[in-house]
Write a new protein. Sequence first.
Lengths: 598, 313
Amino acid sequence: MDEHRIRELLDDVKAGRLSRRSFIRGMVSLGLTAPLASQMLASAGVAQAQTKAAFNPTKRGGGGHLRTLWWQSPTLLNPHFAVGTKDQDASRVFYEPLAAFDPDGNLVPVLAAEAPSVQAGTVSKDGRSVTWRLKKNVAWHDGKPFTADDVLFNYEYIMDPATAAYNIGSYQEIEKIDKVDSHTVKLTFKRPMPFWADPFCGARGMILPKHVFAAYKGDKSREAPNNTKPVGTGPFKIVEFKPGDMVRAEINTSYHTANRPFFDTMEIKGGGDAISAARAVMQTAEYDFAWNMQVEDEILKRLETGGKGHAEITPTGYIEHIQCNQTDPWKEVDGERSSLKTKHPFLIDPAVRQALGLLVDRASVQEQIYGRTGIATANFLNAPSRFVSKNMKWELNVDKANQILEAAGWKKGPDGIRAKDGVKLKLVYATSVNAPRQKTQQIVKQAAAKAGIEMELKSVLANVFFASDPANPDTYTHFYTDLQMYTTTMTSPDPGFFMNQFTAKEAASKDNKWQGRNITRWQNADYDKLHQAAETELDPVKRAAMFVKMNDTVVSHGIVIPIVIRPAVAAISNKLKGVEQSGWDSNFWRLSHWYREA
Amino acid sequence: MAPHGTASEALRAGVAVRRPGGASLTQEAWRRFRRHRLAMFGTIVLGVMLGAVLLGPFVYTVPINEIDFKAKLKAPARAHPLGTDDLGQDLLARMLYGGRISMAVGVTAMLIAVCIGTLMGAVSGYVGGAVDTALMRITDLFLSLPNLPLLLLIVYLFRDALKKMVGPEAGVFLMIVAVIGGLRWMPVARLVRAQFLSLREKEFVEAARGLGAAPLRQVARHILPNAVGPIIVAGSLDVATAIIAESSLSFLGLGFPPDIPTWGRILFDAKDNLDFAPHWAIFPGTAIFLTVLSINYIGDGLRDALDPRKVLG
């Protein structure tokens, strides 16, 4: 579909000849996705649809106790330090953003009075500014009013580098932020922003109260006593927080949405593992909701037959993939391995990477291991669908892999392992401890052995593998192995941030305490240029083409081997209703609308 | 135990006394061991298991890592006598292979723990004084060390070096037995020390000392044989803990690579499927259980057979 045709359709929607929903459906089927299609409507001046609630209570509370289970437990309750989803979700019980993203990618106003749009004149035509009108009569849990000053404060708080807020990236494109009146703020961007709903929306946009946190900006940010005692605007107020164990909350009786929430008290219990969490919801019904079911589909299906709960599967852009280290993980230079000053002895050879790509049996991984919870893919960028490339293909072909390696001069030795110039194709393949991953490792290892590549499998406890401790050499960002496999999450419906993980400046190294997002340490000037250009491209169609090309570049170079798309899976009690999950926002984005059927 | 034997305790502990029937001390012990039914049962079971893991892979040549999704989670049948796991890999082949590792780890780690523990305890208990205090404080120090952080540290420091020296599997094996053995000798040391403290004051040791026996001879010929009972019991318990410790290390990602099917690893993989593929967990679980139980019984029998005091009844 060309640009012109899309514009015609947009006009149709505006004129009422085509419904919003069918426009979005149409775009999705064409390879655009919901959040972006929705943003296109917004920038074309079509009002945002409001998500309808299925249940309309006549009074607040009365719903009893809500029990939720987060098997990786929350450790802090400040949304700007919440690197992990667990902390973002727990913070979301207490704090709220200006607007949330619903499953279709629509902006749903929360602390904003309405979602900005070109039509209402709150989004400028050149995409350089957006005006947010805030909801009036919103009170913090301590009774103080919520105003524009709070929004301004959050910008300052996040942008102070000493605060070390994890979500600073979403705010860096803001040139200035002005208070128009006590309940209106205007954001001006440094460049035309194709995705203006990044700051102050969704999981990265929760708002802290100025009067509580003003004294703890910058260096002292981690010392704030309220980092563990939230004072927010959300539907629940904190009762008790035991880091790593339990969050207890009670109803906010002055919540800004009438007759919500339904539950009187709630808890987030931490600990255990995914499978016991699934059992607690779906088999024994001790809990109402459990997050992140990294459990084989077979087991989920068996648990569902009990009729007490079900697995809810929400599409996302999460991608389980194998990364090929481009630096030498076995040579230490200046106190670090996998240093940018080294080159991997054989993974820099495109033939080897191409052969590896042919040895991953994605169909079996999907069918035998992940089922509904992992869909085989050839692409790294899998959502929103307008950015999904149609050019990439995958196959399992051991013979072809053998031919490629043979042609590139890798000859089988007497031990059956290929070698060239004394370098043997022996590599260490790491991942976190997780049954589906160990099985995937074995499937890949077996195919690799047939192609003369020997793999040593390594599995690291998830807490260690995904830790951000610079002194821990077994984390995925250190990447002190040849291959590693895990899921990269995509938290925003715009792929700009997601795709910066292959740019040269993001390379993880000792200098940036391994906080860089480019884990493979791949360096490619063409890719960098393309990514930079996409950052300022306002035309949605051209921009999508750029991201497709970026995906094709990394995949065809074999820097990463995509395996399966991982949708978000939650276990939900069959009695719990209104739990509409969105792939673009926190699990608790609509907590105030949850209710239980008698 | 039935009373028999007449020679005095001191003499018995000292030299191999010829018994009226002409049986040596060893024969006598063996006779007593055989009378211990549970110990004999343990010996037979352990013998069968050892034979199976040592010779089994030569007879039963199904590969341990042949993935076959068509046969996944099959209950025991002719093609797969112990069934298959969720990748369709043959469990019997994996059990036989993994049993070698698990048993080797258990026995080797136990030997290390018993050797270090006996040495420390013997020196401490026999020499006494400042040496005793120093050694016992070292024992306390080791007892108070938090095991897991220490394990992490050791693994990070030596894993790669060992792997380079002797290859991944042998390297991990050496490291694991050293770590498990090196952290489990303290109870043995305390037991041995306590035995030595009381035994060195006994008349028969004093007699030996009076006859001019050198310290080493006193220890090796007179005191140690009398202290061997508790050591054997502690050692047999250590085999069990070592097998289990190996599986927990593998679980933490610090042990053998995940595709090496030690018994602990098979059990760990199987636990999520317990309700619909119980065979997967039952066989390795039973194997660990039987091994540990039989070693305990053997230890029990050995203690009775070797304890000179039992003879007096």
